[in-house]
Design a protein around this ligand. Structure first.
Ligand code: UD1
Length: 429
């Protein structure tokens, strides 16, 4: 398995420009939305990532004709449709469950593997299923699969009022796609408000559904009259989590000065406020964000929350930043129950962190030390890379297939900012 080898140090500030890729978490549901149409759709600004390859493989399995020519992806109808997402593909990527809504809305039935838990928690899909039932689906769970069928044995879904018990990003997206082909009007309440949900709303409107309120907690959808939607051509929004990760990387060293290109500050307001409280200068320059750290870092507290709160996908990276800040910071994770897998690895690098339930109390230390470390999920891996940037001597971050799921060409982008980093093939062998 590949590793990233980083020769870090506090005396090596990051400098220069880094261009942000398209948002993984926007591209995945949008790829699934292509199932709602038989026409040829074109997605632009798609990141080159393993999760995109997995989704493309899933769409091909379902019978679609997918051409990936990064950063473009073309999807058209293939010969036969097989509305079934097998365990082998779903287990590689939980977001595969996003085909459930479009498949049952378009083809009247779907068989999708239950995703199961993952490194960061149990991650149930009860809200997705409850919503589909409200739209008239009958749902059965059988041998690890969800079997969903439209009304009367495969008929068209019917618009309904759906109230989510928790704001779920994937649940909101699945139900938006299903409602876009349901007969009549649907109202989704207590929706996730993430920019990626808003982006899906734009796509469904381009496809001919009538979606209002995506990006707020109440979404109104009038399903299209026809049995399918129109194809679309769309450039994906920038990846706010990738942008935020480079903002934090820039802030790790005194003297860091980085222009994060093609990133929108309004999607990263809470992170920017927290970075400013920690002593980092953040400015919006058109579609770029300039990050400068002139002095020492101060410890600040964060609590993760659904958008527009502090993103859980930035928690691990922010914790790594706080590891060398002056004073104490209290990091509370409220979205996923097991999202501190990076802490024991950061401790091995010299970080002082006490874990109490869903809270990590970080006492900043003056230096971190390089070590061989590995992570069990994507953002935890990113936090170890960030720590490696300032750690003395050499850090080897192992199992970087997690990083390759969500960060396009991370070593090249970091090299461009002056980081001494290389990809080592088969490092663990
Ligand atoms: C998405 C993101 C992921 C991010 C997460 C939270 C994608 C592809 N992934 O994941 O990067 O970390 O949002 O911002 O966009 N829940 C239920 N029942 C459900 C669904 C969710 O209880 O049916 C709970 C989850 O366990 C979790 C919370 O709701 O505690 C939020 O999860 P959710 O927003 O659904 O996350 P994902 O869509 O899986």
């Amino acid at each position: 398995m590949d590793a990233l080898r980083i020769r870090g140090g506090r005396g090596k500030p990051l400098n220069g420009r880094v261009r942000i890729s398209g948002a993984k978490n926007a591209a995945l549901p949008i790829l699934c939305a292509t199932l709602l149409s038989d026409g040829a759709s074109r997605l632009r600004n798609v990141p080159r990532l393993r999760d995109i390859e997995t989704t493309s493989a899933l769409l091909r399995f379902l019978g679609r004709d997918v051409t990936v020519n990064a950063p473009e992806v073309h999807v058209a109808a293939g010969s036969d449709v097989r509305p079934e997402a097998p365990y082998e593909l779903v287990k590689q990527m939980r977001a595969s469950v996003l085909v459930l809504g479009p498949l049952v809305a378009r083809f009247g039935r779907a068989k999708v593997s239950l995703p199961g838990g993952c490194a960061i928690g149990a991650r149930p899909i009860d809200q997705h299923l409850k919503g589909l039932e409200a739209l008239g689906c009958s749902i059965r769970l059988e041998r690890g699969y969800v079997l969903a069928e439209g009304p009367g044995g495969g008929g068209r879904l019917k618009g309904a009022e759906i109230m989510f018990d928790v704001p779920t990003v994937g649940g909101t997206e699945n139900l938006m796609m299903a409602a876009a082909l349901a007969k009549g009007r649907s109202t989704l309440v207590n929706c996730a408000r993430e920019p990626e949900v808003e982006e899906l709303g734009r796509i469904l409107n381009k496809m001919g559904a009538e979606v209002n309120g995506a990006g707020t907690d109440v979404i109104h959808i009038v399903g299209a009259d026809r049995g399918e939607l129109a194809p679309f051509d769309h450039a994906i929004i920038p990846d706010r989590i990738e942008a935020g990760t480079y903002m934090i990387a820039a802030a790790m060293t005194e003297g860091g000065d980085v222009l994060v290109e093609g990133a929108e500050l309004h999607d990263l307001e809470v992170l920017a406020m927290k970075l400013r409280s920690a002593g980092v200068e953040i400015e919006s320059e058109g579609h770029n964000i300039r990050v400068r750290r002139l002095g020492e870092l101060r410890g600040v507290n964060i609590t993760t929350a659904p958008h527009p709160g502090f993103p859980t996908d930035m928690q691990a990276q922010f914790l790594a930043l706080m590891a060398t800040a002056r004073g104490e910071s209290v990091i509370s994770e409220t979205i996923f129950e097991n999202r501190f897998m990076h802490v024991p690895e950061l401790q091995r690098m010299g970080a002082s962190v006490a874990l109490r339930g869903n809270t990590a109390v970080v006492q900043g230390v003056s230096r971190l030390y390089g070590a061989a470390v590995m992570a069990t999920d994507l953002r935890a891996s990113a936090s170890l890379v960030i720590a490696g940037i300032v750690a003395d001597e050499e850090t080897e971050v192992r199992r970087i297939y997690h990083l390759d799921r969500g960060y396009e060409r991370i070593e090249e982008k970091l090299q461009g900012l002056g980081v001494d980093v290389e990809r080592v093939k088969g490092a663990e062998a």
